[in-house]
Design a protein around this ligand. Structure first.
Ligand code: FES
Length: 355
């Protein structure tokens, strides 16, 4: 189980008409524990209608900024907005669990890479933390953002992104993609009308060709946007190891993981990993996430069902995968699974990474 601490709200900032940033005061004795990597998230716990609610919120600050903040959607019917008066105010105290998450970027000041960020709605939050870190700490790299929203007023961090575009001119390339701006004329190339789809993504990548041999692609947004973007990149021949996807989107309720998979409430898993035999209970999380949360060191990379680094072989029971871009039909028939995508659908499973 995650450990929680009581953190005080230092500041509340309205970012757009339905997004708010909460800056936390982290006491000196917890500073080490709350160090984070760009792209990670915090888990917040609070009561709602008599029930304990646990939700993940992406961190919007960058580590070099020396502050800890999350940015949340406040108009969503089932978010902290219901507690606006109690929680979204300076001085409020919230139960918070330390940073987690595998959707991160490794910063290296000597690296020269082209980073493409493809986001929509509140999916921008982890990308924002990553982009600021790269722009500030990787001067040889370029950052390209395609960011989809309904309208100009819905854009989270709009003014801050425009400021970054000016400050890092020649290093940061920004395009707002607006789906409901009607027939308004385009003001400049930073704003394009229409939903993010295959053509829009292809055009964005053509308009902003990479200026380095190495390129990485980070996707964060609603499920359908993630699916379209991931598929487009794979079809364009982009190597699967270079695509990273955030599935634990902002405002995700850990008690209500949205999936069509009929996963069991609790599964006893026996797992072989690096010669060790592990017995562990799996609940809502994937097999990979359960092992990581318990402190084990299973192999993984993309966490989005593409690279197959997290592959294991199932010898007992059944699982279902949320996505599978990496295994072919024969491998699946032979019992191979992607543990970053797999939820048990039987009460007991056995699997091995050592294959
Ligand atoms: S970590 Fe890449 S497919 Fe699971």
């Amino acid at each position: 189980m995650a450990e929680f601490h009581l953190l005080k709200v230092k500041m509340v900032i309205e970012e757009s008409k339905d997004a708010t940033t909460i800056v936390f005061d982290v006491p000196a004795d917890l500073e080490q524990l709350y160090r984070f990597k760009p792209g990670q998230y915090l888990t917040l716990e609070y009561e709602e209608a008599g029930n304990l609610v646990t939700r993940m919120y992406s961190i919007s600050s960058a580590p070099y900024e020396q502050k800890l903040s999350v940015t949340i959607k406040t108009k969503s019917p089932d978010t902290l907005s219901n507690h606006r008066d109690q929680i979204l105010k300076q001085g409020a105290v919230i139960k918070v669990s330390p940073p987690r998450g595998m959707f991160t970027v490794k910063i290296n000041p000597d690296k020269r890479a082209a980073y493409y960020f493809l986001g929509a709605g509140s999916g921008i939050v982890p990308l924002y933390s990553m982009m600021k870190s790269i722009l500030e700490q990787e001067p040889l790299s370029t950052v390209h953002l395609l960011y989809g929203n309904r309208s100009y007023n819905d854009i989270i961090f709009r003014d801050a992104l425009i400021d970054l575009n000016e400050t890092y001119s020649g290093q940061f390339f920004l395009r707002f993609q607006l789906s409901q701006e009607g027939n308004r004329p385009l003001i400049n190339t930073n704003r394009v009308i229409g939903r993010i789809d295959m053509k829009i993504i292809q055009r964005f990548l053509e308009d902003y060709p990479k200026q380095a041999n190495t390129a990485f692609y980070f996707i964060s947004g609603p499920q359908d946007m993630i699916h379209t973007t991931q598929q487009t990149l794979v079809e364009m021949g982009i190597h699967k190891n270079d695509i990273f996807v955030e599935r634990n989107n902002n405002n995700t309720d850990l008690n209500k993981i949205e999936t069509d998979i009929s996963m069991v409430n609790s599964c006893k898993a026996h797992i072989t990993l690096d010669g060790n035999e592990i017995d562990i209970e799996i609940k809502e999380q994937t097999i990979l996430q359960t092992l990581l949360d318990a402190g084990y060191d299973p192999p993984f990379s993309c966490t989005s069902g593409v690279c197959t680094t997290c592959m294991a072989k199932l010898s007992k029971g059944s699982v279902e995968m949320e996505e599978n871009y990496g295994l072919d039909e024969d491998e699946v028939a032979d019992g191979f699974i992607l543990t970053c995508q797999s939820h048990p659908t039987s009460d007991e499973i056995e699997l091995s990474y050592d294959v």
